[in-house]
Design a protein around this ligand. Structure first.
Ligand code: SF4
Length: 339
């Protein structure tokens, strides 16, 4: 299932420029794989894809631990490559290594009303969740940086989940404002709506590094088995004979993804009290490990035998992306009369 990445986004009719980024948080977990990385891989087969390691975005919440970001970025890119993202078929680059992005960020900051930024739903939510110390100028302005990420690479389509649509709409508004003020220079991106699955972590909440509930692509088989053993299940199923509710059980979510042919039978045996959670978790962990085995094997190979692959990939991708960025920035400055 994992080796053969399937796109859950609509097919693109012609070779369009797609732009997407991921904040580096270190080793990639199964939620990232199912929610974004598989789409990245599938899209790179049919579009001209630019994939950004969004390390400056990481600074918005990690400015006090900035020394970790380079390492996190590297681990993330190893997993991208191990999962099957082919740098010959897409452009993989580092945001902070392209100074044109920062320069265009300053220019678009001048035309973006503060009220547009303050109304972004996640702005207040994140401050409430993470504390007022993250309420920096950069945190308020990150939607402008996201807009620049897309616009400077001339991204026509942006893969987004339903929940990210308001962010993309704000980017479109900023770009429309620029084009209205200075002429039609920037491409207004369209969403490429993806059905991002809600991937549960071991505690049943959304899988996330910050909840410490993740199963990593880089985990060993034993680590995966140990994590699955602790996984939250249907709280009403105490004994094997209790009728369970697989549709609400995180373990069953993974069966549907990684053990699809047996899922109906497992659901039926769970509901009728013929299957116990201990036995079922061991079975699910086996299938999950089997699906992740090729990725883990490639990761080991990259780390042990190809230590320069990440640096080479990022150097070449950043060179290609910077050429596009320089062209867009020149057009922007010329339109603004700054050339
Ligand atoms: S038997 Fe499996 S699907 Fe059913 S509740 Fe237990 S772990 Fe979940």
């Amino acid at each position: 299932m994992v080796a053969q990445a399937k796109s859950v986004v609509e097919p693109l009719r012609k070779r369009r420029r797609v732009m997407a980024g991921m904040r580096p948080t270190g080793k990639v977990h199964v939620g990232h794989l199912l929610g974004a990385l598989q789409n990245f891989i599938a899209l790179s087969e049919q579009a001209d894809c630019f994939y950004e390691v969004a390390d400056m975005h990481a600074l918005t919440t990690k400015f006090d631990r900035s020394g970790e970001i380079g390492h996190d970025a590297r681990e993330m890119v190893i997993d991208w490559l191990a999962a099957g993202l082919d740098p010959q078929r897409c452009t993989i680059y580092v945001q902070s290594r392209i100074p044109e992005i920062s320069e265009m960020y300053a220019l678009l900051s001048m035309i973006t009303p503060v009220s547009w930024l303050e109304r972004v739903p996640t702005y207040k939510d994140q401050i409430n969740a993470l504390g007022s110390e993250i309420a920096t100028h950069g945190f308020l302005g990150y939607p402008i940086l996201q807009t620049v990420d897309i616009a400077i690479m001339r991204g026509e389509r942006v893969p987004v989940g339903q929940d990210q649509l308001p962010h993309l709409e704000l980017s479109r508004e900023i770009i429309r404002r620029f084009n209205h003020l200075y002429g039609p220079v920037l491409v207004e991106p369209e969403p490429l709506l993806s059905q991002t699955p809600y991937v549960p972590g071991t505690d049943g909440r959304k899988m996330s590094k910050s909840y410490d509930n993740s199963i990593l692509l880089a985990d060993s088989d034993e680590e995966t088995i140990a994590k699955v053993k602790t996984m939250f299940t249907d709280p009403e199923k105490i004994r094997k004979s209790d009728p369970g509710h697989p549709e609400t059980c995180p373990v069953f979510f993974f069966h549907r993804v990684f053990n699809a042919t047996a899922a109906d039978d497992i659901a039926q045996r769970c509901r009728t009290g013929q299957l116990g959670c201990v036995e079922d978790k061991a079975d699910m962990a086996r299938h999950l490990n089997a699906a992740l085995a090729p990725i883990r094997e490639r990761r080991r190979e990259i780390v042990s035998s190809r230590p320069t692959l990440v640096d080479e990939t990022l150097a070449e991708g950043t060179r290609r992306a910077q050429a596009v960025a320089a062209e867009t920035l020149a057009a922007v400055k010329s339109a603004m009369g700054l050339a």
